[in-house]
Write a protein that binds this ligand. Structure first.
Ligand code: PLP
Length: 400
């Protein structure tokens, strides 16, 4: 395992104080309240702020523009991603939308063909009508990416691991291709989290997050974030954050700050459970395919070893079963809840073609290898044996 839990300096260390990730997850951006000593960032439930004289505020004027709870969250996220700036949004989609806000009519975007269905919908069903063009390519194939990039390509959009096929994209190589073509490289780091992968260190320009997932961690909040090292880009993100107004409330920011404190311990268990489950599924007589980057048989395993500190908590697989039997198995599980989303402490199971990725046309899904029978599991932090037994009894109930 590449995971570094020793006293030795970890790759994640980059803060001026050189504190390790686990320490920064708890403390970065969160000093005790100077007036009261309150340890936890207060939920600043304010729309507006008193000014000393017209135009002279004390750092905050209106909560769409800026809010102290949000500022602490943004400082925490920037630190964890080894970036200099972060902006929080009301959802992961709002953060992706903000990246697109910075483009102009006539610009082109190259994106991975295996991406979250909602991202694909935003690109094709919202922005194509504003004269942005999008091409979807297999981003594991670097020459296909080079071929897809045109003179007017301004953005390369990358997920890794991808949703739902858990493909691994080489961030450093893709960022280099984008830069050679005067385009920006944005990485959706939702599946890996900064605990496992820091795209800015690998050359990416923008990191996008759905905070709804592992960073929140408890399936009780919707949020998004953008992190960058480029002050000009951050200024643009801030302009659209304020102008569009898709900002998170202070309670949402508080919940995510609460989540990031335990991110390392949760992720360790997510990874361990997912790894054990993937190994078990790989040898299972009723399973035809397992997608997990921690398996040596996974085509992106070597890149994952290089660019990630562990392989994450998501496992996708296909059964030797009909479509209906597959749906029945998803409905039959009891510890795994049949639900969209991922990254919470509890295990979830779903069928992407009918649920999270239904917005992608069937031909496109099939072309990218997303079969109707694919099952995606967000492996939680329950006891591994209970998770394995639950899947086995659901398989037995339907197939045997
Ligand atoms: N990016 C990825 C990889 C996702 O899986 C999701 C949601 O599932 C999103 C972005 C969108 O995030 P949100 O649901 O917070 O808007």
């Amino acid at each position: 395992m590449t995971h570094d839990d020793s006293d030795a300096d970890s790759d994640r260390d980059a803060s001026p104080a050189n504190e390790r990730f686990e320490t920064r997850a708890i403390h970065a951006g969160q000093d005790p309240d100077p007036e009261t000593g309150a340890l936890m960032t207060p939920i600043h439930a304010n729309s507006t702020y008193a000014q000393d004289r017209p135009g002279e505020d004390r750092g905050y004027e209106y909560s769409r523009t800026g809010n102290p709870t949000r500022s602490d969250l943004e400082a925490n996220l920037a630190d964890l991603e080894n970036g200099s700036h972060a902006r929080a949004f009301s959802s992961g989609m709002a953060s992706i939308n903000t990246v697109l806000n910075t483009l102009e009519a006539g610009d082109d975007v190259v994106a991975g063909s295996d991406i979250y269905g909602g991202t694909h919908r935003l690109f094709t069903q919202v922005y194509e009508q504003f004269d942005l063009s999008f091409s979807f390519v297999d981003t594991t194939d670097l020459s296909a990416v080079e071929e897809a990039i045109q003179d007017d390509t301004e953005l390369l959009w990358v997920e890794t691991p991808t949703n739902p096929l858990l493909q691994i994209n080489d961030i450093a190589a893709l960022a280099e291709i984008a830069h050679e073509n005067d385009a920006l490289c944005a990485v959706d780091n939702t599946f890996a989290t900064p605990y496992l992968q820091r795209p800015l260190d690998l050359g990416a320009d923008i990191v996008s997050h759905s905070l709804t997932k592992y960073l929140g961690g408890h399936s009780d909040v919707i949020g998004g974030a953008l992190v960058t090292d480029d002050p000009e880009l951050d200024e643009q993100f801030g302009f659209y954050q304020n102008s569009v107004g898709a900002t998170p409330g202070p309670f949402e920011c508080f919940l995510v700050l609460r989540g990031t404190k335990t991110l390392p311990v949760r992720m360790d268990r997510h990874c361990e459970n997912a790894r054990q489950l993937a190994v078990w599924l790989e040898d299972h007589p009723d399973v035809s395919e397992v997608y997990y980057p921690g398996l040596e048989s996974h085509p992106g395993h070597d890149i994952a070893v290089r660019q990630m500190d562990d392989f994450g908590g998501m496992v996708s697989f296909e059964l030797d079963a009909t479509l209906e039997e597959t749906s029945d198995i998803c409905a039959e599980t009891e510890v795994f809840t049949l639900a969209e989303s991922l990254g919470g402490v509890e295990s979830l199971i779903e069928q992407p073609a009918a649920m999270t990725h239904a917005a992608i046309p069937q031909e496109e899904r099939e072309a990218s290898g997303l079969s109707d029978g694919l099952i995606r599991a967000s492996v939680g932090i329950e006891h591994y044996e209970d998770l394995r037994a639950d899947l086995q009894s659901a398989i037995d109930a339907v197939l045997h």
